[in-house]
Write a protein that binds this ligand. Sequence first.
Ligand SMILES: [Zn+2]
Length: 337
Amino acid sequence: MNDPRVYITTSWDDGHPCDLRLAEMLQKHGLCGTFYVPRRFYDQPCVAPREYEPFGPGVEVGAHTIHHVVLTRGIDGRAEIEASKDWVEQQTGRPCRMFCPPSGRFTARHRAICEDAGFLGMRTVEGWSLDLPRRHGRLCEMPTTVQAHPTPAVRHLRNLAKRRAVRGTTHWLRRGCAVSWGQGLRRMTDVALRRGGVIHLWGHSWEIDAADQWAALDDAFAFLGQACADGRAQPITNGALAELFCGDAIPLKAVSILEDLKPCADPDPATTPTPAPALAISTPVSEDLNPTSAHLGQVRRSPRSLSASRGRREPDRRSRFGLRRAVRRFARAARFF
Ligand SMILES: [Zn+2]
């Protein structure tokens, strides 16, 4: 591929046994995935990080705390974050580059702890984004594009409003509302293939299973996998993406704003970084896990600390017919949600 300016990455949280089925599907379609695995999910043990090893270098394991605790609920976040990194590294024998806060909730303090612990990046639950990873100090913050789960419109709106995600709201209004998540993903991918950017599909394998979304997921993987097979996009793990765009060699200005990207048809080799190799994982073991349905309502909450990045958002220059102004008004009003 001459110009890998479109990146396709996926991530899957909670370490449910269905992860193994999902990893097999990723492998079949030539895609990459990062699995954020806690040691325990509520009172259930999770898949051990070394169980992902047979799926090869396209599958990576990230940390998700030890006990799947929501960091903003008055617990010792430092111990959970640091111990989860150590645990994943002991299990895989490889550096654990990525962290994902359970329920997407964290503060600036937790971001600093992740930085001190040596994580390279943190995946958030911000949706409807095509942005490249955003750098905060030494830590790389990674938004997502679409969650592989039927989600009520009100939750999308709440997620976007809490982050004042103007561009994300525009994407959702134009391409996501009133269609299935699979159709929204296709539309977002079409935009990325024209303009450049990152497609980040994420979700929970236990949710896929509970909502019987396996066929829809297979369709989505086939679509994304074809874009990669055609050389129009580059499959990559979260960690490799963070390394690629938030490494010291990459100028900060070039990494965060979608408008900085040029269409694939107009490559600029001088500014195109070379993709880092995807992270490989190590050896297997299996335990049982029954998902707790209570978790369904937790994954779209807002990390308040994202407000630090709000000032850097730029309006969507492609907005027409006053849509930009309307979205701004909506985002401003939604501050009081
Ligand atoms: Zn989780």
